[in-house]
Ligand binder design. Structure first.
Ligand code: AMP
Length: 380
């Protein structure tokens, strides 16, 4: 039994076919530049990686192409689409409504579309991808797994902003948090490594990739997380600023004569590691540049680590201690200095608390959730 995982971006679709059970990957790939004349597919299976060019004007043609590749003897792993048990979609925003993964029906689809107002860049492509997948795999059940769902357990003191309360009621302005699937995956894995039930552990999970967030996980549930109404809040990221004085937004707009779109673009795409260093949003480039004596690259790394430390300190306070700190994603998994510095610089605070590195695998959890949901619902 195979599960197809689909993750739609603004002009791309990542996909992976896994076998239920151990959820090992059979085929994976990415369709890029959908709707342009540069559309291409990079597909990987046991025979190796191959690139294809095709005319892919929309998500439907892209998913149709994925479906064909999956059953292509040269590129895929199945005979035909009847070997797909279920399709799992990554969806960024489920508002306050979706507290766990769900099977997609007309109502669910309309609600994911409704939450586009909270995630205008992320939910619309997911909606397009789901609609296309429902057409191409009409008899196969489909599930939505939300980035926000894991954080729905946060208490109101963690998610209500100190703004007029009416904004929360009228516009849903509150902290939602993101990367939930990754935090949940590494929290589960950490508990297995520690040989203790997750329900008896306090964990601080740090997802440090291009986007970065930290979560306080108490007894298996998220009690606070650093991203907020959007993924802009919290840590310093590749190109996002994270926390700053909100008065700065108006001040910079006035000084630089910027529109709302322009300031939003600066805070989301021109800030963070890239903004501080002026060199790159990629931590690898900054490490090299810092070694070559580039002061601002060093400063960007120092500010990045400093912010992580502040949040770890905050979440140690939130949970009154922790059993482990977990580092994951591109930077968390591959930058050993991060771990060494945290251990050294938080020696007294952590008092022997392990700092673990765990490779995240959001797709595995999406596949597991999808498989369980469809099986329990008796849809197959
Ligand atoms: P992700 O979003 O999880 O793919 O992570 C992307 C980030 O991981 C980028 O900033 C990369 O620079 C960073 N990264 C990947 N490999 C390394 C490495 N070996 N050392 C430091 N950072 C890395």
């Amino acid at each position: 039994m195979n599960i197809l995982i689909i993750n739609c971006g603004s002009s791309s679709i990542k996909y992976r076919l896994v076998r239920a059970g151990r959820f090992q990957s059979l085929v994976s790939g990415i369709v890029e530049n959908i709707g342009t004349d540069k559309a291409r597919i990079i597909n990987e299976h046991k025979g190796g990686k191959r690139q294809y060019r095709a005319s892919l004007p929309d998500y439907e043609s892209a998913i149709q192409k994925i479906s064909e590749l999956l059953s292509d003897p040269e590129a895929g792993a199945i005979k035909d689409k009847s070997e797909i048990f279920a399709v799992g979609h990554r969806v960024v925003h489920g508002g306050e409504e979706f507290k766990s993964a769900v099977i997609i029906d007309k109502y669910v689809l309309s609600r994911i579309s409704f939450y586009s107002r909270l995630a205008p860049l992320h939910n619309p492509p997911a909606v397009n991808g789901i609609k296309a997948a429902m057409k191409i795999f009409p008899d196969i059940p489909q599930a939505a797994v939300f980035d926000t769902a894991f954080h729905q357990t946060m208490p109101s003191e963690a998610y209500v902003y100190a703004l007029p309360y009416d904004y929360y009621r009228r516009y849903g302005i509150r902290r939602y948090g993101f990367h939930g699937t990754s935090h949940r995956y590494v929290a589960n894995t950490a508990a297995a490594r520690l040989k203790k039930p997750l329900t008896r552990l306090k964990l601080i999970t740090c997802h440090l990739g291009n986007g970065c967030s930290i979560t306080a996980v108490r007894n298996g549930i998220s009690v606070d997380t650093s991203m907020g109404f959007t993924p802009l809040e919290g840590l310093v990221m590749g190109t996002r600023c994270g926390d700053l004085d909100p008065a700065l937004v108006g001040y910079i707009m006035e000084k630089e004569k910027l529109s709302i779109e322009q300031i939003s673009q600066i805070l989301n795409s021109k800030s963070g590691l890239l903004g501080i260093s002026g060199i790159s949003n990629d931590m690898r480039d900054l490490i090299t540049a810092a070694e070559e004596g580039e002061e601002r690259a060093r400063l960007a790394i120092d500010i990045f680590i400093y912010r992580v430390k502040k949040y770890i300190g905050a979440y140690l306070a939130v949970m009154d201690g922790a059993d482990a700190v977990v580092l994951t994603a591109g930077i968390g998994e591959n930058f050993p200095q991060m771990r060494t510095r945290l251990k050294r610089e938080l020696k007294n605070l952590l008092q022997g608390t392990p700092v673990m590195t765990i490779a995240t695998n959001e797709e595995k959890l999406i596949a597991q959730d999808t498989f369980e949901l469809v099986r329990v619902a008796g849809k197959r």
